[in-house]
Design a protein. Structure first.
Length: 80
Protein backbone atom coordinates (compact mmCIF):
# COMPACT_ATOMS: atom_id res chain seq x y z
CA UNK A 1 0.00 0.00 0.00
CA UNK A 2 1.22 3.49 -0.67
CA UNK A 3 0.71 7.19 -1.20
CA UNK A 4 1.92 9.31 -4.11
CA UNK A 5 2.43 13.07 -4.38
CA UNK A 6 1.70 14.56 -7.80
CA UNK A 7 1.88 18.33 -7.89
CA UNK A 8 0.36 19.34 -4.56
CA UNK A 9 -2.12 16.44 -4.55
CA UNK A 10 -1.46 13.34 -2.45
CA UNK A 11 -3.16 10.17 -3.69
CA UNK A 12 -3.39 7.32 -1.22
CA UNK A 13 -4.61 3.74 -1.13
CA UNK A 14 -7.85 3.45 0.79
CA UNK A 15 -6.11 1.08 3.21
CA UNK A 16 -4.06 4.04 4.48
CA UNK A 17 -6.14 6.22 6.77
CA UNK A 18 -5.65 9.92 5.97
CA UNK A 19 -4.14 10.55 9.40
CA UNK A 20 -1.58 7.83 8.72
CA UNK A 21 -0.16 9.43 5.57
CA UNK A 22 3.46 10.53 5.74
CA UNK A 23 3.63 13.97 7.37
CA UNK A 24 6.15 15.24 4.83
CA UNK A 25 3.69 14.63 2.01
CA UNK A 26 1.01 16.58 3.86
CA UNK A 27 3.19 19.69 4.21
CA UNK A 28 2.38 20.72 0.63
CA UNK A 29 -1.12 21.62 1.81
CA UNK A 30 -2.75 20.11 -1.25
CA UNK A 31 -5.73 17.86 -1.69
CA UNK A 32 -5.96 14.34 -0.31
CA UNK A 33 -7.53 11.91 -2.79
CA UNK A 34 -8.29 8.26 -1.96
CA UNK A 35 -7.58 5.82 -4.80
CA UNK A 36 -9.72 2.73 -5.25
CA UNK A 37 -7.33 1.00 -7.69
CA UNK A 38 -3.77 1.59 -6.46
CA UNK A 39 -2.39 -0.74 -9.13
CA UNK A 40 -2.64 2.23 -11.52
CA UNK A 41 0.32 3.73 -9.64
CA UNK A 42 2.46 0.55 -9.60
CA UNK A 43 5.72 0.94 -11.45
CA UNK A 44 5.73 4.74 -11.58
CA UNK A 45 9.09 6.44 -11.15
CA UNK A 46 9.81 10.02 -10.17
CA UNK A 47 8.78 12.42 -12.93
CA UNK A 48 6.22 10.07 -14.52
CA UNK A 49 2.74 11.50 -14.96
CA UNK A 50 0.34 10.19 -12.34
CA UNK A 51 -2.83 8.55 -13.63
CA UNK A 52 -5.63 11.07 -14.05
CA UNK A 53 -8.30 10.80 -11.35
CA UNK A 54 -11.80 12.22 -11.90
CA UNK A 55 -10.79 13.98 -15.12
CA UNK A 56 -8.17 16.24 -13.55
CA UNK A 57 -4.95 17.18 -15.30
CA UNK A 58 -2.08 14.69 -14.97
CA UNK A 59 0.89 15.86 -12.91
CA UNK A 60 4.39 14.50 -12.44
CA UNK A 61 5.16 12.19 -9.52
CA UNK A 62 7.46 13.98 -7.06
CA UNK A 63 7.57 11.40 -4.23
CA UNK A 64 5.94 8.24 -2.98
CA UNK A 65 5.78 6.29 0.27
CA UNK A 66 5.26 2.60 0.93
CA UNK A 67 3.54 1.50 4.18
CA UNK A 68 3.60 -1.75 6.10
CA UNK A 69 0.44 -3.67 6.99
CA UNK A 70 -0.06 -1.49 10.11
CA UNK A 71 -0.03 1.69 8.00
CA UNK A 72 3.42 2.81 9.17
CA UNK A 73 5.61 4.47 6.50
CA UNK A 74 8.59 2.21 5.80
CA UNK A 75 10.13 3.63 2.62
CA UNK A 76 10.02 7.06 0.97
CA UNK A 77 11.38 7.88 -2.48
CA UNK A 78 11.71 11.64 -2.67
CA UNK A 79 12.28 13.99 -5.56
CA UNK A 80 11.02 17.13 -3.79
Amino acid sequence: IGSWKCGTTVYYCQEVASQGICAQQLQAGGDMVPVADCSKFDGLVLGDNCPSQNGEQERGLSNFVWYNSEGIPVNKVDGD
